[in-house]
Design a protein around this ligand. Structure first.
Ligand SMILES: CC(=O)N[C@H]1[C@@H](OP(=O)(O)OP(=O)(O)OC[C@H]2O[C@@H](n3ccc(=O)[nH]c3=O)[C@H](O)[C@@H]2O)O[C@H](CO)[C@@H](O)[C@@H]1O
Ligand SMILES: C=C(OP(=O)(O)O)C(=O)O
Length: 429
């Protein structure tokens, strides 16, 4: 196990290139199961979630070949191998194997997913969707068993706007007989990306990116080639880093429209931002003003940027209030920020940050989840002295070449193995 070390306080400058989106990649890879010939996915981020999913496709009989940032998936020999345990438990997006395998084989056994511990993360809407399509679904000792004689299109109203349920139902419905209508669907850009891949495979999907998606099932889907959209959460993280420590930073390979809510909030804080088709330029701003944020479904402020944004707010003047309406307990980073000297507390569903005159100090902290890790990286870059972040395996789930990218901007960041004592601490935690 490893830890990240950051010697903070250095101004950052230069360009950083954004990778393909984690939350697209992790749905596109399972989607390839539905094809009857090879699927190539370009602009793939090198992150551990992607590696785990490639291995899962191999477990079910597929072959994968990674060339640079392109993954070719050969689905011809895949079969409905039960996956009740093992890798499926190590990431959230393994739940997409349910929709894809149900669509292709009309059966699947998939262990309940892992992923970031953000409080309860039910999958009842996924199951409601599969059942509406005609599947029998049972939960047996922590694994979901799905079976259908045939899948039939249905009208499905999601009680909660869910990215995962919207994509999972699409994956199964593209092979159902007749029309499926998903109402109150999520509208995230990653949903459009998955619909684009499925359409290139021969699926009939209308309305992805709106709250009503119509899918007309087809008998078979073929291979194709698809390039993943840029990761708006990685881009947002670097924009936050630029606002915190950047003198002049150019962020390349971004779709600025995907980040309107963040851009608006950064401007409200006094950050200077210019955008063009696929770049965001941020330059030194001097004093930052505190702002309030409330996370919402897309196009609202993304919950996945709430944690790194909180770190930035420790530097802003006045009091800021951060409310997460998607995951109201997504505040595990707060105690760690306090360890670094931040004046921040959690009250109910909100974090209250008082940034006045507060200089963070390098400390030993632990990343409890992916974006808590990103928050601690932002804080470490801002802090005086050295910050040691353990729990790096969470960060590796979602940030490609983090140290290289930050070093390219002038950051002092490196990785070391945990000492024997630190390993013991982790084991006992
Ligand atoms: C792999 C992936 O893409 N992960 C993203 C996805 O997670 P994920 O797909 O798990 O998140 P959802 O959009 O499903 O969750 C949104 C809200 O709906 C609730 N809910 C969800 C499903 C369900 O069946 N029942 C239910 O009550 C959740 O508890 C949460 O409060 O969207 C989240 C919200 O943007 C992001 O934080 C994650 O990065
Ligand atoms: C919560 C996240 O990921 P996952 O849903 O994969 O746990 C995230 O990307 O911030």
């Amino acid at each position: 196990m490893e830890k990240l070390l950051i010697e903070g306080g250095y101004p950052l400058e230069g360009r950083v290139n954004i990778s393909g989106a984690k939350n697209s990649a992790v749905a596109l890879i399972p989607a390839a199961i539905l094809a009857d010939s090879e699927v190539t996915i370009d602009n793939l981020p090198q992150i551990s979630d992607v590696q785990l999913l490639s291995e899962l496709l191999e477990e079910i009989g597929g072959t994968t070949r990674l060339t640079g940032d392109s993954l070719t998936i050969y689905p011809e020999n895949m079969f409905a191998m039960p996956l009740p345990n093992g890798r499926v438990k190590k990431l959230r997006a393994s739940y997409y194997l349910m929709g894809a395998m149900l669509g292709k084989f009309k059966k699947a056994v998939i262990g309940l997913p892992g992923g970031c511990n953000l409080g309860p993360r039910p999958i009842d809407q996924h199951i409601k969707g599969f059942e509406a399509l005609g599947a029998r679904v049972t939960n047996e000792q922590g694994a979901i068993y799905l079976r259908a004689d045939e899948l039939r299109g249905a009208k499905i109203y999601l009680d909660v706007v869910s990215v995962g349920a919207t994509i999972n139902i699409m994956l199964a419905a593209v092979r159902a007989k007749g029309r499926t209508v998903i109402e109150n669907a999520a509208k995230e850009p990653e949903i459009i990306d998955v619909a684009t891949l499925l359409t290139s495979m021969g699926a009939q999907i209308k309305g992805a990116g709106t709250n009503v998606i119509r899918i007309d099932g087809v008998d078979s889907l073929h291979g194709c080639r698809h390039s993943i959209i840029p990761d708006r959460i990685e881009a947002g993280t670097y924009m936050i880093i630029a606002a915190a420590m950047g003198q002049q930073m150019m962020i390349d390979n971004v779709i600025p429209d995907h980040l309107e809510s963040l851009i608006a909030k950064l401007r409200e804080m006094g950050v200077h931002i210019e955008t063009n088709d696929d770049q965001v330029y941020i330059y030194q701003t001097g004093n930052l003003k505190g702002v309030d944020i409330k996370t919402l479904v897309y196009p609202g402020f993304p919950t996945d940027l709430q944690q790194p944004f909180t770190s930035l707010l420790t530097k802003a003047s006045g009091t800021s209030i951060v409310t997460d309406t998607i995951y109201n307990a997504r505040f595990k980073h707060i105690d760690e920020l306090r360890r670094m000297g931040a004046n921040v507390k959690v009250e109910g569903r909100s974090a209250i940050i008082n940034g006045d005159g507060n200089q963070l100090q390098g400390s030993k902290v632990r990343a409890s989840d992916l974006r808590a890790g990103a928050a601690l990286v932002v804080a470490g870059l801002m802090a005086q002295g050295v910050t040691e972040i353990s729990g790096v395996e969470h960060i590796d789930r979602g940030y490609e070449h983090l140290e290289e990218k930050l070093k390219g901007l002038g950051a002092k960041i490196w990785r070391e193995k945990l000492t024997a004592d630190e390993l013991k601490e982790v084991e006992n935690a």
